[in-house]
Design a protein around this ligand. Structure first.
Ligand SMILES: Cc1cc2nc3c(=O)[nH]c(=O)nc-3n(C[C@H](O)[C@H](O)[C@H](O)COP(=O)(O)OP(=O)(O)OC[C@H]3O[C@@H](n4cnc5c(N)ncnc54)[C@H](O)[C@@H]3O)c2cc1C
Length: 445
């Protein structure tokens, strides 16, 4: 390391150390005396039990609303880093202009107003467990109960350890599985595509929204087909088969898109040559004109930073009791939603229904009432397989807990994958489902 860089690092180390001690420490220099108040979040004091929820997604919104309903005497703060909510579910339809951005976008202020909690715009950056303080970019918040519902982050490390290369992948070929700019980039790529190969990937493991990459392949293929483009969606799947709704997706690939989708299961990517636009797999070298590379997922980074993640299978999800959602060794900190370690489907419906249950658990502690029995979350998931005419397939499932080996399995599953027969009816239900869930999260109904 050269001298100037070492100096710069030493300097930033000193700054970091000073900042850290000035928050809670007892250093006597002048800077630190004013910092105690400076770092307090601008939130009114309360005598009520305070529940702080990190993450205003499908899980956090549900927990904030229902905790307030089940424990009206609580003070609930929703800490969210985004200014507005943009829905991942239904976003594949927006990519091809089937719904508008307004349809996906929702108002945190409305959700908080109608459900009597506080929306606090900030990023959670740390946790002082002993003092029960959540540290955020906009100050510290004291809590009695804390829920982490921060969703996922991407894990590119299985493709590359080279950060510069990872940055190029994130920027030039975003996955489009965390909403915002990634989705906008993807939409522009699809709508400006002139022809050739458009690569999509499916990671292995319990990735976010099992059916979404297959649904996305169908919707993009439908778009290319309608535009009569000489184009192909190449779907590189690390899994040895379609991971969910296999009958429905496979028949859509075969019957509707045989000229537009090339599905390659069991395909591990060994290298991506970004300059020459070639993906190297065990069997092939595939050239591409454009792509969205979906890497493996892991629990959102704040879990690791707050010391509540466990490193099982590199997923870095919450280190929790799977029946009570409590962080191991803590009775008042919880991890929920897509950052839970249980193998439930990482879906919005799962997170929302689970949120209702976790709110009951927290309310039970606040109200000091009888223990609440474990309830299964519900996975209800619709996938659109064609746009014109619009047809969809769907799956419903709950989960059973197997005491003997402390695991979960699918229970009471049903599906409707015959899109020729039921596709139009399922397609109406897609909008009814979304409307019901948005109403649940953003209004008091
Ligand atoms: C393309 C696509 C299609 C999908 N389709 C469906 C579908 O049809 N049906 C379905 O049920 N599910 C679907 N899903 C899955 C669904 O979107 C996720 O499972 C769901 O969003 C998970 O909810 P969550 O609350 O755990 O995480 P999120 O919804 O991601 O919410 C996490 C929130 O935490 C915030 N956050 C993170 N870190 C911090 C921090 N440090 N401080 C403050 N805030 C923080 C984030 O900004 C985010 O708002 C789809 C997903 C995608 C990508």
């Amino acid at each position: 390391m050269d001298k100037s860089r070492r100096k710069a690092l030493q300097f930033s180390g000193i700054v970091a150390a000073t900042a850290a001690t000035s928050v809670y420490g007892s250093t006597s220099n002048k800077e630190s005396t004013k910092s105690k108040d400076t770092y307090k979040a601008p939130i009114a004091e309360t005598k009520k039990p305070r529940v702080v929820v990190v993450g205003g997604g499908w899980s956090g919104l549900s927990i904030a609303k229902y905790t307030k309903i089940f424990a009206p005497n609580s003070d609930v703060i929703l800490v969210e880093q985004r200014h507005e909510f943009i829905s991942c579910p239904m976003s594949n339809l927006w990519l091809v202009d089937k719904v508008k951005l307004e349809y996906l976008t929702h108002d945190y202020l409305q959700a908080a107003r109608e459900n009597n909690y506080t929306y606090f715009h900030a990023t959670a950056i740390g946790l002082d467990r002993k003092k029960r303080i959540l540290e955020t970019s906009n100050g510290d918040i004291k809590f009695d109960y804390l829920v982490f519902a921060p969703g996922i982050d991407y894990d590119y490390s299985r493709w590359t350890k080279d950060i510069a290369f990872e940055t190029r992948l994130r920027q030039e070929y975003p996955a489009g599985f965390i909403p915002g700019s990634e989705h906008i980039s993807l939409k522009n790529k699809i709508q400006n595509f002139k022809g050739g190969n458009f690569i999509l990937t499916v990671p292995s493991g319990n990735y976010r929204c099992l059916p979404a990459p297959y649904e996305r392949a169908c919707i993009i293929a439908d778009y290319f087909k309608q535009k009569k483009l000489k184009a192909k969606v190449i779907l590189l799947d690390e899994n040895n088969t379609i991971t969910i709704k296999k009958k429905g997706f496979q028949s859509a690939f075969d019957k509707l898109y045989s000229d537009y989708i090339e599905y390659l299961p069991n395909t591990k990517i060994n290298n991506i040559d970004l300059d020459n636009k070639i993906v190297e797999t065990d069997f092939d070298e595939i050239s591409f004109e454009d792509a969205a590379f979906y890497p493996h997922v892991r629990g959102a980074k704040i879990l690791e930073r707050a010391g509540v993640a466990k490193d099982a299978k590199n997923m870095l999800e919450g280190d929790i009791n799977p029946l009570t959602y409590e962080v191991n060794g803590e009775k008042n900190i919880f991890v929920t939603g897509d950052s839970r370690p249980m193998g439930f489907s990482k879906s919005g419906n799962t997170s929302n229904s689970e949120g209702h249950f976790v709110a009951k658990l927290i309310a039970q502690k606040i109200n000091k009432t009888e223990k609440v029995k474990w309830q299964s979350p519900t996975t209800t998931c619709f996938s659109v397989v064609s746009i014109a005419p619009e047809r969809a397939i769907y799956i419903y499932s709950q989960y059973a807990y197997n005491k003997a080996d402390a695991s979960f399995s699918f229970d009471s599953t049903s599906d409707s994958e015959n899109w020729v027969k039921d596709g139009a009816t399922n397609s109406d239900s897609v909008y009814r489902w979304a409307s019901a869930l948005y109403t649940d999260m953003f209004t008091n109904k």
